[in-house]
Design a protein around this ligand. Sequence first.
Ligand code: FMN
Length: 345
Amino acid sequence: MVKIDQITLPDFPLLLAPMEDVSDPPFRAVCKDNGADLMYTEFISSEGLIRDAIKSRQKLDIFDYERPVGIQIFGGDEEALALSARIVEAVNPDLLDINFGCPVKKVAMKGAGAGVLKDVDLMVRLTAAVVKSTTLPVTVKTRLGWDDNSKNIEEVAERLQDCGIKALAIHGRTRAQMYKGEADWTLIAKVKNNPRIHIPVFGNGDIDSPQKAADYKNRYGVDGIMIGRAAIGYPWIFREIRHYLNTGELLAPPTLEERVEVARKHLRKSLEWKGPIAGINEMRRHYANYLKGLPNIKEYRNRLVTLKTMEEVEEVLDEVKEKYNGFVIERTAIELINYHEKCPV
Ligand SMILES: Cc1cc2nc3c(=O)[nH]c(=O)nc-3n(C[C@H](O)[C@H](O)[C@H](O)COP(=O)(O)O)c2cc1C
């Protein structure tokens, strides 16, 4: 078992990565059903929270069935981060995570997200300000460093632990890399194997299959892994990894019925959370992923993305279920999109 302060997680927990515009409550609900052991909200601007920006406040929504769940914030100003930590505490998540990994210009160049990696003293001050202002366990998610010449994660890990953080998640890329190249887990392993480090260290970057998860577990010895892109449209990745770790065997891919039922649950949660109009609209980008691998599905997909009510969408989902009854969708490799500059974080 792995402990983040008072939070108990199973051995080698599988974490759902925070993802802007992706890891919202409806998506988290289906990941939780499929075995995500710890989940986070997408990153929330500390300045936005303080200004009470409606968009930022809505991102704070968490539900009891999701626990343990963390709220992630970002910012480059001590006072703003400390104040927003208090706002977060009022919502009562299980933990508060600080984002020091976001590479996009609008965040990193303002001295927040991965921008802070260039100034470890500032990073320490920001973290200390948050730790001091809340009773929640504080964790950090970051990258290896700013660029190839400044991979300072080993120093960062020690200093943040000394500040009182309770766990560290490391994406095995530098800020300069954005999403290019392969994530390098060797430095993550170095942090984990540093005898001074006693907090859990979670590895992140490029996990896209049960075999890779098991391989990286053995090779790098991290306390758990965080999965981002591979879960988008495929929340079953969590249960498949868990099954493989437990048995050494690959679980059969989800059946058509399961795919339809997960799409249905995602839809219902989306409407519950976002309301009938935004809920329907936001769900539209998910159908293609859930129904991937079905022959001639285009006609249904086109209908699904134009319908306006939940009842209509559910009818089409029923039709799909009936038409493809018994069809076995073959396992295909999960494709990790290389977000490069396009990626929000
Ligand atoms: C669409 C998208 C949005 C993201 N948003 C966030 C975010 O809000 N906070 C954060 O710490 N990382 C964010 N990330 C980075 C992921 O958490 C993760 O570190 C990265 O995708 C690498 O993991 P993966 O290879 O498993 O996807 C985002 C990534 C993607 C693809």
